[in-house]
Write a protein that binds this ligand. Structure first.
Ligand code: SF4
Length: 316
């Protein structure tokens, strides 16, 4: 019987996700409908569905957006080719790329200009990785693990690395060590490009996991940072760890002989979904406590063109 729930903190929405969702909501009130969003604005099906119900139209590619309409780029960022395509299609672009992803794009651009081979540590096919690779497709080589480092060859004297923002801290450190061993002169950011939100959520889950029999991470299956939280929990002593979209995802067989449940959520998972999971256990008599490992107060500004257009809309 579950006696205790430990809630990891920080968890849930990061500043980049809050900004991206705000951008869609404001755009829906500022521009003539429909407003289009290229790709999932953030990787959470509940968030996407809620915005869809408010009128946002989600598309995979810009060719689905009629000329002259408003399109929002997702928090994961886009390649320069997509920006150019939007310009040629005369689209009104509102860019919800997280500023911490933009920082990685700028790093890639700087290295590419100086003819570096850029090793991008990340997951093949993830929207963020696709966008970052598009910044310098000729220069960037993707590595996903240490095996990829071993088989990597470069044909320039200068080599640098950059990383996806939502990776496992420990795995990335090991890959960077392997890169440094293979290319002693490799350059890169002081630590890595893993963002503050990913780091903080992983640290909180690590501290919590050892005190629990089961860890539940609220998040969608295509959310990179949420999947990493499940892996961290498994590595740090949780007997079981699962990713669930919402309370409906809890399976009764997971709860057998479980006394303490740890709960966290990915950076794109709304807190109301976590509350429903907590309520599920509270209703069974479990006590709830929060394990706070750090606090966050990061905020990002809205895109300037959105702020300008929003201020130009007459008050109703
Ligand atoms: Fe930005 Fe990190 Fe949030 Fe991604 S997880 S949107 S990089 S703050």
């Amino acid at each position: 019987m579950v006696e205790k729930v430990i809630l990891a903190a920080p968890r849930g929405f990061c500043a980049g996700v809050v900004r991206a969702i705000d951008i869609v909501n404001i755009a829906l009130q500022t521009y003539p409908k429909p407003v289009y969003v290229r790709k999932e604005i953030v990787h959470n099906q509940h968030v996407v569905q809620e915005l869809r119900e408010k009128g946002a139209i989600f598309v995979e590619e810009l060719e689905e957006v009629p000329s002259g309409k408003t399109v929002i780029f997702s928090a994961h960022g886009v390649s320069p080719a997509v920006r150019e395509d939007a310009r040629l299609r005369n689209l009104n672009v509102i860019d919800a790329t997280c500023p911490l992803v933009t920082k990685v794009h700028l790093e890639a651009g700087r290295y590419a200009k100086k003819d570096y081979t850029i090793v991008l540590i990340g997951h093949q096919g993830h929207d963020e990785v696709v966008g970052t690779m598009g910044v310098a497709p000729e220069n960037i080589r993707l590595v996903e693990d240490i095996d990829d480092v071993e088989s990597l060859t470069v044909d320039t004297p200068k080599v640098a690395y950059i990383t996806q923002t939502t990776l496992s801290l420990n795995d990335t450190r090991q890959i960077i060590e392997a890169l440094r061993a293979k290319f002693p002169h490799i350059e890169g950011p002081a630590a890595d490009d893993i963002c503050y939100a990913t780091q903080n959520r992983q640290m909180a889950v690590r501290q919590m996991a050892g005190q629990t029999d089961l860890v539940l991470v609220v998040g969608s299956t295509n959310s990179s940072n949420s999947n990493r939280l499940v892996e961290e929990a498994e590595k740090c002593g949780a007997k079981q760890a699962y990713l669930i979209d919402d309370v409906e995802g809890i399976r009764p067989e997971w709860l057998q002989e479980v006394r303490t449940v740890g709960i966290s959520s990915g950076a794109s998972a709304p807190e109301n979904l976590v509350k429903e999971v907590v309520q599920f256990f509270r209703a069974k008599g479990a006590k709830v406590e929060e394990l706070v490992t750090t606090t966050e107060n990061v905020q990002f500004n809205l895109p300037k063109n959105l702020v300008r257009d929003m201020q130009a809309v007459p008050a109703s």
